[in-house]
Ligand binder design. Structure first.
Ligand code: GDP
Length: 425
């Protein structure tokens, strides 16, 4: 059994899309197991530059089956639009399957997300407004709608009535907005169900059959370890587990089948949305790193928001690798640091005058200050490096130091946004 999880070691935006697109060359199936179209996985390959929101990053290989597992939040229109965008831009029609147990983002989840952020005003969480938090809240309150319900009108109406009887009170009396009509919502959803019908199946036999045949499966996480609701920077996580451990549940595969966990870690830090961010930079230093970062600056792939920037945080990333159960690390965006004389690396935190090397709980994290050590820069472009030895010695030394701090082997070093800019060690 060979399942490889590709997951984030940081706050998200680590380059999981690029890493998955790269590793999918050797895969038969790629599965998304959590989150929805609030993701923004950037992939740059021979077809061009794409930002995938809901589709797994294996869609560029016609021989790969791409699966949305039961743990995913399915926005039906977004799903169909993404396929349309790919095929319009010359990508062969991908093979896609949606679990009949996955749940659907409902129109009132989007409205709730928007109204609640509006109500919270200055206290808002920085939601991407894709309905994700209300969706998962409903899922766990047993008020959700599964894809299979879209093919059973009576059941769908009953599910929607149960949910809307509460939502409409909130709409009218908390948010002072119009109530929604159950019949209208149901009729649109029934039509949506027909639009995705060819993709829907029970994905459990598909995945278990593939495992039995020794097929190679990748499970692709969204966001990063520090956004996990249990282990992350609560109350600023996303609403579904971002951990490889959850991939077993969200995809529907045996836990012991996941034998490799690739934690994707960034050579510096970035973070979208609110929450403590110990190595955060401000002013011109932040602006410069943001401008030079990513493939075209560090701006949210889904929202376009400027990302918060910081130096590499070994305390947070080591913890991220630990909670992911990382067996290997893909260190991305190393090329971005080529402009610096010296590169600060956060090796510990100072909390109330005490040096701390393990990642503290969120209450203590608010008081943590970074303790930096400086690594020498290499002051040149490394994007054409094909092997580790091609890298300048100072860039190699940076990788060795990060590896030592993380305690996990760095198997890949990414030196540019394109698929092929990947060094295997
Ligand atoms: P994901 O959500 O983890 O897939 O990450 P995003 O796509 O949100 O953000 C990663 C950004 O970094 C994108 O703009 C990528 O094109 C870019 N990227 C990925 N790897 C590299 C790299 O090694 N070097 C550079 N310069 N950009 C990279």
């Amino acid at each position: 059994m060979t399942v490889t999880a590709i997951v984030g070691a940081n706050w998200g935006d680590e380059g999981k899309g690029k890493t998955t697109d790269y590793l999918a060359a050797e895969a038969d199936i790629v599965v998304r197991f959590q989150g929805g179209n609030n993701a923004g996985h950037t992939v740059i390959n021979d077809y061009g530059k794409f930002v995938l929101h809901l589709l797994p990053s294996g869609v560029f290989y016609p021989n790969v089956v791409n699966v949305l597992g039961p743990g995913v939040a399915v926005n039906i229109s977004a799903f169909l639009e993404e396929i349309e965008t790919l095929t319009r831009r010359g990508v062969p029609q991908p093979t896609l399957r949606i679990s009949d147990r996955a749940q659907v983002i409902l129109p009132f989840h989007l409205l709730l997300d928007e109204y609640e952020e509006e109500r919270l005003d200055d206290l808002k969480f920085g939601s991407t407004k894709r309905g994700i938090a209300p969706f998962y809240a409903d899922k766990y309150a047993k008020l959700g709608v599964q894809v299979a319900d879209l093919y059973d009108e009576e059941r769908l109406l009953a599910r929607l009535k149960a949910s809307l009887s509460i939502k409409n009170v909130l709409f009218e009396h908390l948010y002072h907005k119009p109530a929604l009509d159950v019949e209208d919502v149901a009729s649109a959803l029934l039509q949506d169900g027909q639009r995705i019908r060819p993709f829907v199946c029970d994905t459990l036999p598909l995945l278990h059959g593939a495992l039995a045949e020794g097929k190679r499966i990748l499970v692709e996480g969204q966001l990063g370890a520090l956004r996990d609701p249990d282990h992350g920077i609560y109350p600023y996580p996303t609403s579904s587990s971002t951990l490889a451990g959850f991939a077993s549940v969200g995809a529907g595969i045996p836990p012991y089948a996941i034998t490799r966990v690739v934690a994707v870690a960034k050579a510096y830090s970035s973070c979208v949305g609110a929450g403590p961010f110990v190595t955060e930079l401000f002013g011109p230093e932040a602006d410069e790193l943001r401008r030079r970062g990513g493939d075209a600056g560090e701006f949210g792939a889904t929202t376009g928001r400027p990302r918060r920037m910081g130096w590499f945080d070994a305390v947070a990333t080591r913890y991220g690798c630990q909670v992911q159960g990382a067996t290997e690390v893909a260190l991305t965006l190393l090329d971005v640091l080529g402009y610096l004389d010296e590169i600060p690396v956060c090796v510990a935190y100072d909390i109330d005058g005490e040096r701390v090397e393990s990642f503290p709980n969120p209450a203590q994290l608010e008081r943590a200050r970074p303790v930096f050590e400086a690594m020498p820069g290499w002051k040149c472009s490394i994007s054409n490096a094909e092997t580790f030895r091609d890298l300048p010695l100072n860039a190699q030394a940076y990788v060795y130091r990060v590896e030592e701090l993380l305690g996990v082997p760095i198997k890949w070093v990414s030196v540019g946004p394109r698929r092929e800019a990947m060094i295997v060690r």
